[in-house]
Design a protein around this ligand. Structure first.
Ligand code: SF4
Length: 254
């Protein structure tokens, strides 16, 4: 297992190339993902993700939980990036794949499929045949947090991974699911070659801002998160999400 000492090298990731000063460990997203799954930089989250994986939910007691950081999902040349919050304790933390095996994912993948960005409307387990078209899904925090609530320090620590991911992917459009992701992403974009105006744009469903960048503009869209609190209450409907995804896909050239 890689050490926390290795993690310290990530803090010096070059924002344009995604490579680290310690030897170019991140020339590809695959390399970054492979390193990410061994990260133990946040003691509270390491403890929680592993405890959940040991104790399990009764319905999944026969399954082997992933119990590690959950890497991004989607092709390495994706022009559209979707940014959530963090893996669910019994969803991504169980299956090892973003938004896979939980109710939030049921809504997200149904919408992605409806607008032609996913080959199937469901995501049940890693290896179920799901593929995304021109789209990658990631999170500002890659480990499941207690009560779905990372601390600001954990968000900032994991922001180094997001910064490296953005430097390698260079997307043309981003859909941010929820205010937490919005607040986490904007400072990272500012440090990754795009200009975020002051005061920073406010989060809202359907908000669309275009950021100037050293390698071209970035279209950033806001959407309410696909959490059950939003989808069960009707605050976010499938149609509302599809509308944002369609607009973002068009901005991303998909
Ligand atoms: S939340 Fe991010 S930085 Fe913290 S342990 Fe998980 S992968 Fe590492």
């Amino acid at each position: 297992m890689r050490s926390v000492g290795w993690w310290a090298g990530l803090r010096t990731v070059d924002r344009m190339t995604g490579t680290s000063a310690t030897g170019g460990a991140f020339e590809t997203l695959a390399g970054l993902d492979a390193a990410l799954v061994d990260c133990r930089a946040c003691p509270r989250l390491v403890d929680w993700r592993e405890r959940v994986a040991r104790e399990k939910r009764a319905a999944f007691r026969d399954q082997v939980y992933w119990g590690r950081p959950v890497p991004g999902l989607g092709p390495p040349d994706a022009s559209l990036l979707i940014v959530g919050l963090a893996p669910a304790a019994h969803g991504g933390n169980r299956t090892g794949r973003m938004f896979t095996g939980d109710r939030s994912g049921d809504v997200l993948f149904a919408a992605l499929h409806a607008v032609g960005l996913a080959n199937q409307p469901t995501a049940v387990y890693a290896g179920d045949g799901l593929t995304l078209r021109g789209t990658r899904i990631t999170a500002p925090v890659h480990c499941a947090p207690p009560d779905n609530t990372p601390t600001p320090a954990e968000r900032d620590t994991c922001g180094s991974w997001l910064r490296a991911e953005l430097a390698l992917l260079r997307p043309r459009a981003v859909v941010v699911l929820g205010a937490f992701g919005w607040r986490a992403l904007l400072p990272v974009l500012n440090g990754a070659g795009w200009t975020v105006p002051r005061p920073r744009p406010r989060f809202g469903h359907g908000v669309h801002v275009e950021l100037a960048g050293e390698q071209g503009p970035l279209h950033v869209f806001g959407s309410y998160h696909v959490s059950q609190q939003n989808t069960f209450t009707g605050r976010l409907t499938l149609e509302m999400l599809e509308q944002v995804l369609r607009a973002a896909a068009a901005s991303a050239g998909l």
